[in-house]
Design a protein around this ligand. Sequence first.
Ligand code: ADP
Ligand code: ZN
Length: 518
Amino acid sequence: MLQQARQVLEKYYGYPSFREGQESIIARILDGTDVLGIMPTGGGKSICYQIPALLLPGVTLVISPLISLMKDQIDTLESMGVAATFINSSLTGSEVSKRLARAGRGEYKMIYIAPERLESDRFLSMLQDLSVAMVAIDEAHCISSWGHDFRPSYRAITSLLRELPNRPRVAAFTATATPEVISDITSYLGIGDGEVFLTGFNRENLKFSVIKGENKKDYLLRYVNENKDQAGIVYAATRKDVDNLYEFLRKKGIAAGKYHAGLSDTERKEAQERFIFDDIRVMVASNAFGMGIDKSNVRYVIHYNMPRNMEAYYQEAGRAGRDGEPGECLLLFSPQDILIQKFLIEQTQLDPDRKANEYKKLQAMTDYCHTPRCLRQHILRYFGEQAPDECGNCSHCNDDLQVTDLTVDAQKIFSCIYRMKERYGSTLVSQVLKGSKSKKVLQFGFDRLPTYGIMKQYTEKEIVDLINALIAEGYISLTEGQYPVLRLQARASRVLKGEEPVLQKLRISRKPEPVRDD
Ligand code: ADP
Ligand code: ZN
C-alpha cells in the first residue's frame, strides 16, 4: 500500500518523496489505526489524509473549520482530477441533499464538512448511508478547551463516530502540541498514546533572533529599509500599535499596508491582496492576519511585541520562508510586552484554571526572550521535539558567546530572594541587591539585610536581566498571576550549597546585526 501511496504522491501531487513524518502517518492510517499528527503550519498535513483517502475504498469525511479554505482545497483537488466536494452553511438544503445523494452513489473520494453541521441530528442520520472509510479532522485542537481556538461544535465529532454504522478510522491533525491539548484530543477521539506523531517542527531555513535593549522603532525602520525589496510581516500587539507603525512606515516612504480586526472586510481583503501580489512590501498586522494566507515568499516576520505564547509565535513567525528559501524571524522584546500580555490575560473571562494555564504559557514565551541558549532548541523542546544544543542559525548561536562562571552572582541573588522570604518580584529583589534607597526598600527595612547592596557594581536592569536568565534556566520560578513572586527551585539550593556551578554562555555586548549576509 505504501508503494501505492508514493505513486499517488508523484502522480497527483508531482512530489518525488514524502517529507519526514508524512510517510509514517500515512502508513499507520493505511494499517487501519487511528492517529494524531502534529505538524507545524505548512508542514504538509493535507497530504497525510488526502493520499489515504484516495487509496481507501469509500469516502473520507474531512472536518475543517474554515469555509474559505474549504473552497480552495476543493478547487485544488478538482484541478488534480480528484472528485471532492464540501458541505457548509453557504449551501441551501437542497444542494446539501444533492451532494449527499451523489456521495451515496460513491461519486466523491472526499467531502469537506464544517463542524457545525455535525450538531444537527438530521444531518448525521443523512450520513448513515455513506460508506465512510475515514474521518479526517483538520485543526483538531479546536476540540480542546485548552487550545487557543476551542469550538464546541468539534465535540459533535464524537456523536458522528458513534452514529456511523461502521466506525471509520480517525486521523486528526493539528499544529498545537501542548500536552493538555494533545491529551484532550486523544481522549475525546480515543486515539492511543503510541499513535501520536509529532514531526517537522524544525524549519531549518528560518533564522531566529531576539532583539533586546534597542529602540524598536529605529530598529524596525533600519531593518525594513535594508530589506526594501523583500516582503515582510510586522506583527504588533494591539490595533493602536498597528495603526501607529503603519503611519510611521508610510511617512518614511515604505510601501506598507495594514491589517487588523477593526478594519472593514473590504479594507482587509484589499490589503491582503495587495500584499500577496507584492504591491505592498510590508504588512503591519495584528494576530488577526495570517489564518489561511498562503504567500510563500515572505522573507521576514518581525514581532514588534512579544506574543502571548509560543504556539502563537511559532505559527506567526512560520509564515516566513514557506518557499524553503531563507527567512528571518525577529522578536523585538521589551519588558513592557509582558505587562501588555498580562493585561490581556486579565481582560479575558477565563476560569482560574485556564487563566493559570495562560500565565504558564506566557512564562515559556518570556523564557524564550531571556534564554542565553539556542533559540531553535528552546522552540523545538517546547513542542516536544528533540533538538541539538546548537543550531548555528539563530541570534544566540551566531553571536560570539563566552562561557562565564556566574556562580557567585547567582548565589547572591538566591540568598537575597531567600532572605526576602520568597515574597517579592524581580524589581524589588534587584533594588535590594543594588542597594537602592527606594521608598519600598526602606519601608520594609530591607536595607538592613546582609544582602543589601552586595551587587552594587551592576545596574538594576542588569540584575533583572540576570534574574530573568536564571528563571529561563529553571533556577527560579515565578508564581502565576499578575504580580509574580520569585521562588527558589531545588536547583538553586544546590548552587547555594556549592554543589553545582552556574555556567552560562553570555553574549559579549555587541550590537545585533540586522542585515542578512546575502
Ligand atoms: P499544512 O496543512 O500542514 O499547513 P499543507 O498541507 O498545506 O500544510 O502543505 C504545505 C505545502 O507543502 C503545500 O504547498 C504542499 O503542497 C507542500 N508539500 C506537502 N508535502 C510535500 C512533499 N512531500 N514534498 C513537497 N512539498 C510538499
Ligand atoms: Zn541556535
